[in-house]
Design a protein around this ligand. Sequence first.
Ligand code: HEM
Length: 126
Amino acid sequence: MTSMAFKYLHMAFVLFSVLFLNGRYFYRMVYPYRSLPKVYWLAQRGIDSCLLLSGILLMVLTKAIPFVNAQWLGVKLLLVICYVLFGMRAMKAKARGKESILAYCLSMLCIVTIVILSKYHMVLWR
Ligand code: HEM
């Protein structure tokens, strides 16, 4: 039961993180010359930290160890790092520029892959 409750909490943080990144990204697309207050950047870091903490808690509860008894979790963690880095690139690069759009698309591709990995626990070579 506890693990189910934490899984829902984890998924809620996933949703907040993705919605918040999209909100910040599209704000910059619509208003490229306005800069968002720093508090939004801080809020994103806060949400992402909660996401990480809830993930670590789930790891403890489900006794999953990345690349040991859970290959999928190891790959997922690498993709989470890519998601964060691409998200940061999308926000730092020139608004509406090719680099920003590419980084944004790659960060969303990471999210889709992470969700599929989390649901089906499978990696290509297993
Ligand atoms: C962008 C980041 C993330 C996304 C999109 C994501 C997505 C998800 C989803 C959708 C589930 C539920 C799967 C189901 O229906 O059973 C889940 C479960 C889980 N996640 Fe994440 N997650 C993210 C980050 C993390 C991180 C950083 C960790 C570890 C540090 C983590 C560890 C776990 C674990 C251990 C489970 C439980 C899997 C099981 O039921 O056996 N997640 N994640």
